[in-house]
Design a protein. Sequence first.
Length: 367
Amino acid sequence: MQERLYHMFGGARSAPFVDAVTTFLAVLVAGWVLKVFFDKVVRKIVKRTQTTLDDSVLAIFVPSLRWFTLIIALTLGIDQIQGKAGLLTKSAQLILLYVDHLLYAAGVLIIAILFIRLSLLSLEHVLRRYDKRGGAGVNEALNPLLERLVNILGLLLAATIILDRFGINVSSLLVFLGGSSVAIALAAQETLSNMISGFVIMIDRPFRVGDRIKLPTGETGDVYEIGLRSTRIMDFDNNLIISPNAELVKAKVVNYAYPQRLIRVKVDVNVAYGTDIKRARTVLEGLAKRHPDVLRDPVPEVFVTALGESAVALTLIARTDDFMKKFKAEADIREQILESFPKDGIDIPFPQRVVTVKDERHSPKAS
C-alpha cells in the first residue's frame, strides 16, 4: 500500500510525507478503537460496581483521550517528516519545529488538566466519606481551599515543563521565586498565620458551619462561614462577628452543638422564706415536664442553690434536644412560673430593708 502511495505522490521524494500521513491515520484509528473499547466494554464493567468514583474517573478520562490521540498522531507525523530534513527548506523546518513545540505544550496542558481534575475528584470523594463518618460540612469548607492549591500546583508544574522544553532555564526562576516567597512570608506573616490556622480549623473541626459557639470575649453566635483568613459568626442580632483564625486556634471556645445538640435548660427563681420547698419543687418540675421542648429523660430536677438575705434560691435543671430551643424553653417556663406561683400560694420575694430612724432631740445628752 505504501508503494502505491509513494508512486501516487511522486516517488521516493514524497516518502516522508506518505509515512507521516500513514502514521497519523494509524494513530487516529488506534485512538478511536481505544475510545470505543472504553465506551462499550469498560463503561459496562464500571456500571456494575457499587461506587460512583470509577464512573466519574471514566467520564473525565474518555473525552481527554480524543484530544490526546490527536496530539500524539500529529507529533509522530511531524517526526516522520523531520527525519528527512534534507527534503525540506529551512523555513519549513522552522515551522515544523514550532508546531512540534506547540503540540508538546498542548499535550502537557491536557495531562495537567487531567491530573488536576482527577486529583480534585479523589479529594472530593475522600472528603465526602469523611462527612458521612461525622465530619459534617468539611467538604463544603475545605474543598475550595484544596481546589485552589491543586490548580496552582498543577498549572505551575505544567508551566515549568513547558518552559524547560523551550530552552528557558527554570532553575534560576525557581531560586528567584524561593527568595521572593521568603520575603513575602515575612511581610505577610500574620496573614499566613491566619491561613494556616484556617486550614487547621478545617481539619481538626473544633466547630463547624452552623454550630453555636461562645468566644473568649463572651460573645455567642452561630458559625456562618469558615474562611482561609477568618471565621464569621452570626450573633443573635444578625450581626457578623469576624474573628481571625489564629486567635480562634489559640483561644478557649465553647461549642454548644458538638458532639451533640442536646443542651441544658436552666431556670433560676427565688421563693420567700417559709415557703414549702417540696411544693415549689413539684410545681417547677411539673412545668418543665409539660413543656414540649423539654426532654423527659433525664428527668427535670429542682435544687436549692443558695440561701439569700431575703429569699431561698431554687434552680430548675432540665434538658432539650437542640440548643436552638434552649432560649425559648427557658423563657416559656419563666412566664409559666409567674402564672403558677401565685395560684399555688408561693411568693416570689423582693429585697426588703428595715430602716430605723432615731430622733436625736429626745436622746439624753452626754454630761
